[in-house]
Design a protein around this ligand. Structure first.
Ligand code: ZN
Ligand code: ZN
Length: 366
């Protein structure tokens, strides 16, 4: 935690901020260790004073989980904030513009206007101060991530061969979710996706009561949460004999994914990494059917930095963890997506997920 705070402070200094008010739950947890659902951090650019303000429900928990922070009990309202800013002598206070609601912001401004340091306090909207730090994972984070990844790998490997024609998408999704829980996850990391046949043409289809038919592609996008960290895994399989389209589309998506994984390097932008896979899909004349980015960072949040997509100027660095998930979606027919989580190392990407893929062949069949 101390290293994380130290790195954040460098960023605050570079921005000319005296302090940052942290309200985003994942950032709060990342910087303090506190896992509760309500609370704010006040992190001054220097000095020993770190404050975690939370309400009665969480005071005891916060004291245990965030020993580096002084826990201040609050009870609704913002009168504590101007007092604390005055005590700390901080004037330019950053807030997280992507998370703090406009209503909360107005209450905060009002409290300060009525408080002891009204003429000296200004609020500065900030974006992406903590998030880039979270993109590069440390050893402790990687251990939790790997646990989450191992659980979803195993759940998928166990459930995929049991799928039978006539079963509904929701039944399969529930079986995977149960298995994820049984294998020790805290929860699933998002609402699991099971999309068979034409439903697979919608990348984020919600599982329905539609029965799965033999021969149609089944996209399963699943994830587990362990130690607060999320896994994200997609496999596409087919029960029974697939059609000719399936084989071609599957092989194209797989080739795109393996090409990107084998050739991406630190120093590339997100856009350049995305292009490694996109060109393979374009060459197969499916370019317009790959309508989303190649991947996204994954950690305390299921979608976080870095963004790996056609508009991403983010430079990919060693230690970043993100998904590689090309897909092809054909309206009326269905879709194929294959997703793994990788960590970028000095000489390229190392794949962290190991659910069966190529050995489901021919054509990803189970
Ligand atoms: Zn996914
Ligand atoms: Zn994903």
């Amino acid at each position: 935690m101390n290293q994380r705070i130290a790195k954040l402070r460098q960023r605050l200094a570079a921005e000319g901020l005296d302090a940052l008010l942290v309200s985003a739950p994942e950032n709060r947890r990342y910087l303090s260790g506190f896992t509760g659902s309500a609370g704010l951090l006040v992190i001054p650019v220097s000095g020993d004073s770190l404050t975690l303000a939370t309400d009665f429900r969480y005071v005891e928990q916060a004291g245990v989980q965030a020993p580096a922070f002084h826990v201040q009990q609050i009870a609704g309202g913002w009168d504590w904030a101007p007092k604390l800013f005055a005590e700390l002598g901080v004037h330019k206070v950053g807030f997280e513009a992507g998370h703090l609601t406009y209503d909360t912001y107005q209450q905060l401004v009002k409290a300060v206007a009525e408080g002891p340091a009204r003429d000296q306090t200004s609020f500065v909207p900030t974006t992406s101060l903590v998030e880039p730090l979270r993109a590069v994972k440390d050893a402790e984070e990687l251990a939790s991530l790997q646990r989450a990844i191992d659980i979803s790998d195993r759940a998928l490997d166990e459930v995929a061969p049991t799928i039978r024609p006539g079963e509904t998408e929701v039944a399969v999704a529930w079986r995977i979710e149960q298995r994820i829980r049984e294998l020790g996850a805290e929860s699933v990391s998002f609402e699991l996706i099971v999309a068979a046949g034409p439903n697979g043409a919608m990348p984020h289809h919600r599982p329905s009561g539609r029965p799965i038919a033999a021969g149609e592609p089944i996209v399963m996008d699943i994830g587990a949460r362990a130690g607060g960290y999320c896994s994200d895994l997609t496999r596409t399989v087919c029960v029974g004999r697939p059609d000719a389209t399936y084989k071609k589309v599957y092989d194209t998506v797989l080739a795109a994914q393996l090409t990107a994984i084998a050739t991406m390097r630190p120093g590339m932008t997100g856009k350049e990494a995305d292009a490694l896979a996109r060109v393979v899909i374009e060459q197969a004349a499916h370019g317009e059917r790959f309508g989303h980015g190649l991947g996204h960072g994954v950690g305390l949040a299921i979608h976080e930095q870095p963004t790996v997509g056609p508009r991403s100027t983010t430079v990919l660095e060693q230690g970043m963890v993100f998904t590689v998930e090309p897909g092809i979606y054909i309206p009326g027919w269905g879709g194929v997506r294959i997703e793994d989580v990788v960590i970028l190392q000095r000489d390229g990407a190392r794949v962290l997920s190991h659910a069966r893929k190529t050995d489901m062949l021919p054509g990803g069949r189970v």
